[in-house]
Design a protein around this ligand. Structure first.
Ligand code: F6P
Length: 363
């Protein structure tokens, strides 16, 4: 009987449990494999209670559940792990210990479910001889080598619902409503939800904006009798010159977190246009809760096919959606270039076509 490990790393995303369930059920039914769940990302390999056997009974009922039954870790990079030494926190490379723990478990394959950070760790583990396969997860949809990551669709639906709700109150009060969504350096959540929700302005990291163009759009609407506006701002939006707004500075282990740009945008709009303006930061509501039907479907296909990759010994690859089919993409290729919105692509062109401003328009 073969033995497969599975772990979830980095920020959570709706659909993680659907991947775990699909992997466990497929391993049992299709290839007579047992599955071990690793708790809290790679940290679980160094934790005496970090390994849990998973069978069909253990994953029953988790398909619609948000989060991850295995737990996850944002600071769990074994190549740069925070450890306490002589009462002080120091950063150490403990990847050798993790590799030894994996070897001791005699895993025939390890499924790593994560975004670009976790998948990069997976790739480095593979280079150290660990039989790894990846599953691309993130609400940001910024992993290369696949058309879509699971989690994105749910976040997009939540953001779109938020825009719909802001629309009615904006209209009643004749206000400008600014909504900040997540996405790090990729504007997919802002672009897709902004188009789906009929926003008037969308600000994304891939298109630098200026306040003159944003306010011109809002004032044009007022002049034409539409005295309310919806502005969707990606947390990574950049002012002309490239400046972004960060919530914290990050540290040796953890990248700096973006957030808060919408407060600056809201204040400038109010000052420059005199339109009463309110700001909503959607935050982690985009990550929590039940996955959409699409994400359950995609996550199930990803989980099942990750087991197949192990059967086919396609280590160092991740499952990916290409032309509506699940394929294997080398992790190295997927991580070489992060995925971003194409400012010249048809999606931005269509958005401009329906009158949405990106804050880069000439007078
Ligand atoms: O990568 C997913 C994501 O939700 C980003 O959109 C966001 O910038 C970041 O994680 C937030 O991280 P944390 O949960 O650590 O605040």
């Amino acid at each position: 009987m073969k033995r497969i490990g599975i772990l979830t790393g980095g920020g959570d995303a709706p659909g993680l449990n659907a991947v775990i369930r699909a992997a466990v059920k497929t391993a049992e039914s299709q290839c007579n494999c047992e599955v071990l769940g690793i708790r809290n990302g790679f940290d679980g390999f160094l934790d005496p209670e970090g390994i849990v056997p998973l069978d069909a009974a253990a994953v029953r009922g988790i398909l619609p559940r948000g989060g991850t039954i295995l737990g996850t870790a944002n600071r769990g990079n074994p190549f740069a792990r925070e450890v306490e030494k002589d009462g002080k926190i120091v950063i150490e490379d403990v990847s050798g210990e993790v590799v030894a723990a994996i070897q001791a478990l005699e895993l025939d394959g390890l499924i790593v479910v994560g975004g670009d950070g976790t998948l990069r760790i997976a790739m480095e583990m593979h280079q150290k001889g660990v039989p790894v396969v990846g599953v691309p997860k993130t609400i940001d949809n910024d992993v290369g080598g696949t058309e879509i990551t699971f989690g994105f669709d749910t976040a997009l639906n939540i953001a779109t619902e938020a825009i719909d709700r802001l629309h009615t109150t904006a209209e009643s009060h004749h206000r400008v409503m600014v909504l900040e969504v997540m996405g790090r350096d990729a504007g997919f959540i802002a672009l897709h939800s902004g188009v789906a929700g009929g926003a008037d302005v969308i600000l994304i990291p891939e298109i630098e904006f200026n306040y003159e163009a944003v306010c011109r759009k809002i004032l044009q609407r007022v002049e034409s009798g539409r005295d309310f506006s919806i502005v969707v701002v990606s947390e990574g939006a950049r002012l002309a010159g490239g400046e972004q707004v960060f919530r914290d500075t990050g540290d040796a282990v953890y990248v700096a977190r973006l957030g808060g740009v919408s407060y600056f945008v809201g204040r400038e709009i109010e000052t420059r246009t005199q339109a009463e303006t309110r700001v909503t930061v959607l935050g982690h509501l985009q990550r929590g809760g039940t996955p959409s039907a699409f994400d359950r479907w995609l996550a199930t296909r990803y989980g099942a096919n990750a087991v197949k990759l192990i059967e086919d010994r396609k280590f160092g690859h991740m499952v990916a959606l290409k032309d509506a089919k699940i394929e294997a993409t080398p992790l190295e290729e997927a991580l070489a270039v992060p995925k971003r919105v194409n400012p010249q692509g048809d999606a931005v062109w269509a958005a401009r076509g329906v009158g949405i401003a990106f804050g880069d328009e000439d007078a």
